[in-house]
Design a binder for this molecule. Sequence first.
Ligand code: FAD
Length: 451
Amino acid sequence: MTGEQQIPETLADEWAWNAAGRLIPRSVDVAIIGGGIVGCSAAYFLARQGVAVALFEKGRIAGEQSGRNWGWVRQQGRSPIELSLMIESLGLWQELQRNLGEDTGFRQGGSLYLAEDTVQLAELAEWLEVARAHGLDTRMLSGSELDGVLRSGGRWAGAMYTASDARAEPGRATPAIARGAARAGAQIVSQCAVRGIERAAGRVQSVVTEQGVVRAPVVVCAAGAWTRMLCRSLGITVPQLTVLGTVARTAPATQLLEGEAWSPRIAIRRRIDGGYTVAHGSSSVHSLTPATFRFAAKFLPALRQGHKSLRLRFGREFFEAMAEPARWPLDAPSPFERRRILDPAPEAGVLAEMREALRQWFPEIAGAPFVESWGGMIETSPDVLPIISDVEGLEGFVVATGFSGHGFGIGPGAGRLIADMVRGRADPDEVSAFRLDRFFDGSPIRPGPAL
Ligand SMILES: Cc1cc2nc3c(=O)[nH]c(=O)nc-3n(C[C@H](O)[C@H](O)[C@H](O)COP(=O)(O)OP(=O)(O)OC[C@H]3O[C@@H](n4cnc5c(N)ncnc54)[C@H](O)[C@@H]3O)c2cc1C
């Protein structure tokens, strides 16, 4: 986008042509690293408030998690710690759908957590208290009541249902937000990795991109699964691990529901093309890396909770991660340029299990072929909650990561919060819940090598 821009003569001084002939700003108020939904939403809200902002994406907008997810925009089942932000985010999704001038696929069709038996149903019902405390429309449905929301719902013992929950199309939503940000004045620069950050006297000075240096007193690191690596090069420890999810989409098929439904074995979401985005309800793979062992103690509670659905794998990834540099020169291609897009292969075994579960639980759509399948690397924090935080010891640096498999829905809310933090307008109580130093006794910047 930026490359095609004409520079008004009066602004010429503010811009530099780099060796590749692309145009990037020389100086901005805020530089954002990462063109996922979090970075793009932050750029959108900042630009609309008149802040000079540039976003750098090493690959393409929404090329990683934000374009590969299930497309659920849900409040149901969330931790009370992030629920208020999610409720706000739902309102922002409505506004974005109205104001962006293009269809993000946002539809409020409700979300269902399905129970195969009464034990599961009782477990689900435990969350109702949280829903009530937040004034949500969540309710329990018996098998026969479910029929009104999900065709042939009587197969299930019942469900938890939130009618106000929504869905959106990952392939459309983040690019639409990026275009909205660009219209509001943000510079969106894709195919441009940030190699690192220059700092002086304990504050950020500039980002060093593969296209040149851009001065910025504030840098937002919304680099998804790459955040740990980038932050580590700055001496900042971000406890983050990744798990692989496998997803498929079907050809158009009979309409079973308006929104989305999850059970431990299968999850489906209605798509605007009339097909379904399908995934296993509880299967993910974590490839062991040295980081697994470094952060094992912090992740132990999450690992214990997810042990039934998480499979551990030891292989190539371990040795690749061993070879990963902790630091690199900023005047030569960095690891971010060597791997523009994380595009892991989907797991054939999981796809087969999904097909089988469709046959058992949703036979009406089981005949629809999978027209596409893909893998998505999900990054997660130890408490499975976002990190949206400044960093003690590095003034002007904001980390926004750790969305732990549910950052698509909350992305616009996170973007609004980041914009408020950058402008010094955020509510300290809201900010404190997401601080990075909740995982440490002291500052995450430590003398010696970061983890
Ligand atoms: C399979 C799967 C299913 C999911 N399902 C859901 C769901 O249904 N609902 C939900 O709410 N959430 C879901 N999620 C989670 C959600 O997709 C993520 O939490 C969210 O997209 C995170 O957004 P992000 O902007 O933080 O990161 P990302 O979308 O990963 O974006 C980070 C970007 O930063 C770029 N980058 C990294 N380093 C650099 C650098 N040095 N320079 C320039 N650019 C850089 C990357 O290329 C990437 O594009 C799912 C995720 C997956 C993978």
